[in-house]
Design a protein around this ligand. Structure first.
Ligand code: NI
Length: 205
């Protein structure tokens, strides 16, 4: 299965990163092959999530791979291959944490996300699934589903000071370096997107 090349914000094809992707609706062999390629591409990068627009396809397909136990990588991972993922409910509680994106190499941001979300999607076999996600997993899903709507993590930060590069210091620690003016302009252009909450905002019980 081939590894696909990743569209960067600096690529000639970058416009696709700002477009709304089309629904998949039906899982067939081609779509499964695409999802498999996306998993390989994500692992090769390496990353924890990838959306189809990032490999130049305007389709609502994402892959996510997260550790089963964040404190114990030996326990392995859980891999999601999904089409038409939709956030149907979000927690009121937000958490801010560091994100990066394979399409924006070198840039990091502190991004507020809902701590818990409910996602409906089609899985690899075409079955409808509902996923109750919290913490890091919820964050990765929000990031990838944003990609399907042409939204990047830089749109979600609350100010330009929340975007930065990281530089390794002599002692091996990482220090923050303010990001470029271009990145600041990108944030300002999409400031209308805050806050992140899709509707409905109430958690169903
Ligand atoms: Ni991304």
């Amino acid at each position: 299965m081939p590894i696909r090349s990743i569209v960067l914000v600096s690529s000639p094809e970058a416009a696709i990163l700002r477009q709304r992707a089309a629904a998949v609706r039906r899982i067939d062999r081609d779509l499964r092959r695409l999802l498999d390629d996306m998993v390989e591409t994500m692992r090769e990068a390496p990353g924890v999530g990838l959306a189809a627009p990032q490999i130049g396809l305007g389709l609502r397909a994402i892959v996510v791979e997260t550790p089963l136990d964040e404190d114990d990588p030996e326990r392995g991972t859980r891999v999601f291959r999904l089409a038409d993922p939709e956030i149907v409910a979000v927690s009121d509680a937000l958490a801010e944490d560091q994100e990066a994106c394979l399409s924006i190499p070198g840039l990091f941001g502190d991004v507020p996300r809902h701590e818990r979300i409910l996602v409906r999607a089609l899985d690899y076999t075409g079955r409808r699934v509902e996923l109750d996600l919290i913490g890091f997993e919820a964050r990765v899903f929000q990031h990838e589903i944003d990609h399907l709507n042409g939204v990047l993590f830089t749109d979600r930060v609350t100010g330009p000071d929340k975007l930065y590069a990281l530089r390794e210091a002599e002692d091996g620690s990482f220090e923050r370096v303010p990001c470029s003016e271009a990145a600041v302009a990108a944030v300002a252009a999409r400031a209308d997107l805050m806050p992140t909450a899709p509707s409905p905002s109430a958690w169903p019980r």
